[in-house]
Design a protein around this ligand. Structure first.
Ligand SMILES: CC(C)(COP(=O)(O)OP(=O)(O)OC[C@H]1O[C@@H](n2cnc3c(N)ncnc32)[C@H](O)[C@@H]1OP(=O)(O)O)[C@@H](O)C(=O)NCCC(=O)NCCS
Length: 168
């Protein structure tokens, strides 16, 4: 049964296969396949993802602390979700508290819906309730994921639809 886990090097093979699929969709082109194939680079990437949870309030990057989790079944990487601990001006407009994606070859099987349902209590434990989740006006599938999890439409900011989703 799939579960949410902290990013770890044991998923490297499957994560890289998923990254190939994402690159075919022109997503995550900033993540270089050749570099991430080196075990030590992949270990550094995983460590950096885990460290995002501990970003300090006075961090100058403008980024807020974020818990990155991977949706896995055994050693198979299926998708990812990020819980931002608080909103800044950018996230209030686009992104919100939670962002997710399912790897292309594993879509349409309910993974995003279940992954979000599993992550919402974790967001609640961080003091987030309700969570702001946004999606592009054209992203009908993501809208269904949000609404299946109790999301209530809260208006739009340009092409981005906003929803409040209860975490408890
Ligand atoms: C949006 C995304 C996360 C959905 O992932 P998924 O695992 O395929 O989603 P699910 O299988 O849980 O499907 C969600 C709903 O969309 C429906 N759906 C899935 N694929 C569909 C398709 N091609 N056409 C129409 N409906 C579809 C499902 O039937 C389901 O609706 P239902 O619960 O009413 O049956 C995935 O497409 C993705 O990663 N996209 C790129 C990143 C992204 O857009 N992230 C969201 C940012 S807000």
């Amino acid at each position: 049964m799939p579960q949410l886990v902290t990013p770890a090097t044991l998923y490297q093979t499957s994560f890289l296969a998923a990254l190939v699929e994402c690159h075919e969709e022109h997503r995550h082109l900033e993540l270089g396949l050749t570099t991430l194939r080196a075990p030590e680079t992949f270990a550094r990437y995983v460590a950096a993802l885990r460290a995002e949870e501990n970003l300090r309030a006075d961090d100058h990057s403008g980024r807020v602390p974020q818990t990155n989790l991977w949706w896995v079944d055994g050693d198979e990487f299926l998708g990812r979700i990020a819980i931002r601990h608080r909103l800044n001006a950018g996230l209030r407009s686009v992104g919100g508290h939670i962002g997710y994606e399912t790897r292309p070859s594993r879509r349409h099987r309910g993974h995003a819906t279940t992954m979000l349902a599993t992550a919402l209590p974790l967001a609640g434990a961080l003091g987030i309730d309700p969570a702001l989740i946004t999606c592009d006006v054209a992203n009908i599938i993501s809208r269904r994921v949000i609404e299946a999890n109790g999301g209530r439409y809260a208006g739009r900011d340009a092409d981005e639809l906003h929803f409040w989703v209860p975490t408890a």
